[in-house]
Ligand binder design. Sequence first.
Ligand code: NI
Length: 386
Amino acid sequence: MPVIDQIAEFADELTTIRRDLHEHPELGFQEHRTAGIVAAKLSEWGIEVTRGIGGTGVVGVLKGTRPGKTIGLRADMDALPIHEQTNLPWASKTPGVMHACGHDGHTTMLLGAARYLAGNPDFAGTAVFIFQPAEEGLGGARAMIADGLFDRFPCDEIYGMHNAPQDDPDEVGIKKGPAMAGSDFFDIRISGCGSHGARPEDSRDPVVIASSLVQQLQSIVARNVPPTSPAVVSVTKIHAGDAYNVIPETAELGGTIRFFDTSVGEMISARLRALCEGTAKGYGVEIAVDIRNTFDVLVNDADLSDAVLDAAAAVVGAGKAGLKQDLVMGSEDFADMLRVVPGAYCTVGHAGSVPVHNPGYVLDDAILPVGASIYANLVTSRGAAA
Ligand code: NI
């Protein structure tokens, strides 16, 4: 069964909207133009609009003609600090900023669902269209929640989706339970004692200490986390020194922790702090540690995951909508919304061949009516659900 007929009829207009957003990408919390277009379209279709939630967030509310559940649908709007190298006619016109994760497509798919439902309001319940800023590590979901998103627009269920160029076109996947990793970012600053490079005995060398610490941190997952519980500690930054003959005063490390069980994440943080404390004592230096939680573990409700597959199967066919088994070590801040409201997050494959976050990434516009139809089906099916 194909996409919803009426959505197929305005698919070209969705492509036009998507390519315009793509040409004018905006970084997290700076999505002013994007939010303006979203708000104008929703208003044009007679949907009640609230702007400025969590910064540049936009929420549209559409009541069906019959009573039922309130179904939240969320799309992210932000781009990435990447310089586009696709040479497409609609490539980014803003140097150094690119929709390299397809959030322009997510925003357009949700607009497509909103337009269809506004024209076909004979459904049960209420649709809440949530256009979120700053998904790419800046905490847009948390900002909207802190700004009262679910107090002002209480939802019974919430759904989101992400395009997947690595999957076959129209392949819809979802994993029940924990699906995407929780994530912390950390910074470690070692304050040692500098000296002449030829006189190490005068120093407390932060470079040697930093090297040792990188190795020690690799023991946390290997020796503390059960092998059955996937987790990662990666040191991704190491900065120290400016000269060949100077042992520097300080060294800085940074990196990320990933986990699927919050208690494992907390244990890793505690071990990281303890290793830094012990290292500081052992070497006679000061080590400051800052660990910040950036994403929660994304947990899909099992029953509502089935509901997503049903809504998707009606569009792409049952053979193309299925459960996934693999955990994804990447993170997604829709996880923060799923901690407040039960729901599920799926992937939708398309004909792109370059991975997301790459300067050559291309979103296939054929995905737009597919995503819009799945979103619309979720409202019509779940709004009427018991
Ligand atoms: Ni993304």
